[in-house]
Design a binder for this molecule. Structure first.
Ligand code: NAD
Length: 490
């Protein structure tokens, strides 16, 4: 059973120290599984954001400890940070149970926070900080024989994260910022601010120089202050497409670089020859991870007409197998939605799906055995078509639709007929055919008989799913600015 705890924090973090905020505002935290009060954190206002940004700038001053570290020294600092976060693995898992209602006893997996940071530490070690490039045309007049291209950190990154995986999404930004010698002000989600305090504690334990990592908690107002602050040089945002558009407009006016990781409506293409037993085992992960509150969720399952009923049965039986309940119970695989408002919104979308003619094959309501908490049953819609709003809008809840298709051409057309272009997958016993089809899916990442994350591979959402991207060596480019020093002779 969930034990009610008070996780209240009263301070923010900059200059490598805990700081008393100027703002007296607070965010109240309510457990999504018990509806109990579990603490408060500061709702930082503009003056707090200003202090955090100044601190981040001071870490980049030419005489600062951070600016004078070698690449190897930076890599070591990132590795120490990884180790300090890994040591907090169990504490953070339990915190997620309270703060987000995320099941605590999911099958073990490597510590993702440490893995991301170690990946960036390795990139930091191997990274050049300048390149000498001969000119292809070194003839007079005004001949430049060669140039020295210097790689500098972009500066201070405003890192803003959503509630699902706020720490992980934060580290997608902290990793490359530190790898390139930059600094960060991190604003976690107001619905999941507590993980960020572990990041600050880990930074202290790891001896990350003061000002390199700074934390402000708060909501949209705090985020806006960070985006609009003239002292932030890059905005790295993960969250909804609507908020991303607002941030992009503001960055457009200021001509401030911005990278956006946004929503999704990904499709799983189940081909005629798919191994449905394997697919069935993957459905809880693909469609219902964290009660569907994940950007990569494959909320559209495309099934061949010849095997339509079989695919619906497989998806329904997988959905029914998911144990929904107390995030601290060992058997639980799915917890609640983040808030009462969000559950209302998802229920509204389920209603619309029914009105539009899709048929609820399982779920669709609140689990009867749970009287408290913002739970919903894993829900599968059959006989959906791709024009229905349930097939077009991001639900961000435990709801998938199964859409029939006639042939491969139609399957690819349906997969690509979406505002979003984040993820996707192809399921077939012919891997070569799977890869050929995956290449035609117009999204930033596609799996063949699998889906998941690889820190070394870019996550580069297309269309309404993002602008620019994260992870992989490609991400370092975003966090770098270049200076070409032209020289008359080599
Ligand atoms: P959200 O857009 O409501 O909030 C995200 C963050 O933005 C929060 O920290 C919030 O306080 C802040 N914010 C809100 N208004 C702001 C403003 N005007 N200026 C600056 N900051 C502002 O998103 P959410 O509900 O927390 O998260 C769910 C969304 O995130 C889903 O759409 C999901 O698909 C998306 N997401 C995308 C990825 C990805 O990698 N593409 C990963 C996880 C989540």
């Amino acid at each position: 059973m969930t034990q009610v705890k008070d996780f209240t924090r009263t301070e923010l973090f900059w200059e490598g120290k805990w700081q008393r905020p100027r703002s007296t505002g607070q965010l109240e935290l309510i457990s999504p599984s018990t509806e109990d009060f579990i603490g408060r954190v500061p709702d930082a206002h503009e003056a707090d954001v200003d202090s955090a940004v100044r601190s981040a700038r001071s870490a980049l001053a030419p005489d600062s400890e951070w600016a004078n570290l070698s690449q190897a020294g930076r890599a070591e600092a990132i590795e120490r940070l990884a180790a300090a976060l890994q040591a907090r693995d169990q504490q953070i898992k339990e915190l997620l149970g309270h703060e987000l209602g995320r099941p605590v006893h999911l099958p073990p997996r490597p510590n993702r926070a440490a893995e991301i940071l170690r990946y960036y530490a390795a990139l930091t070690r191997g990274r050049e900080t300048e390149q000498r490039r001969p000119s292809p045309d070194p003839r007079p007049p005004g001949a430049v024989q060669s140039s020295r291209v210097r790689y500098e950190p972009v500066g201070v990154t405003a890192a803003i994260a959503p509630y699902n995986g706020t720490l992980e999404m934060g580290l997608y930004k902290v990793g490359p910022a530190l790898a390139t010698g930059g600094s960060v002000v991190f604003k976690p989600s107001p619905q999941a601010p507590l993980e960020a305090y572990h990041l600050a504690e880990a930074a202290l334990e790891a001896g990350v120089p003061p000002g390199v990592i700074n934390i402000v908690t708060g909501g949209a107002r705090t985020g806006r202050a960070l985006v609009e602050h003239p002292g932030t040089d890059l905005v790295a945002f993960t969250g909804s497409t609507n908020t991303g558009r607002v941030i992009a407009e503001s960055c457009g006016r200021a001509l401030k670089p911005v990278v956006l990781e946004l929503g999704g409506k990904s499709a799983a293409l189940v081909l005629e020859d798919a191994d449905l037993d394997h697919f069935h085992r993957m459905v809880p992960y693909l469609g219902f991870t964290f009660a569907g509150q994940n950007c990569f969720i494959h909320s559209r399952i495309l099934a061949p007409r010849s095997r339509y009923e079989e695919v619906v049965d497989a998806v329904v039986s997988a959905a029914r197998s998911i144990v929904v309940g107390d995030p601290f119970a060992p058997e639980t695989r799915m917890g609640p939605l983040i808030s009462a408002e969000h559950r209302d919104r998802v229920e509204g979308m389920i209603r619309t799906g029914r009105e539009e003619g899709a048929v609820v094959a399982t779920g669709g309501g609140r689990p009867e055995h749970l009287s408290r908490g913002w739970y919903l049953e894993p829900t599968v819609f059959a006989h959906a078509d791709n024009r229905m709003s349930i097939s077009r809008e991001e639900v961000f809840g435990p709801v998938v639709v199964v859409i029939p298709y006639q042939d491969e051409e139609e399957a690819v057309a349906l997969a690509n007929d979406s505002e979003y272009g984040l993820a996707g997958s192809v399921w077939t016993t012919d891997p070569a055919r799977g890869e050929a089809l995956a290449a035609r899916v117009d999204s930033g990442s596609v799996g063949v008989n699998t889906y998941g994350f690889n820190s070394a591979a870019p996550l580069w959402g297309r269309r309404a799913s993002g602008l620019g991207g994260e992870l992989g060596p490609e991400s370092l480019h975003t966090y770098t600015r270049y200076q070409s020093l032209h020289l008359p002779g080599v």
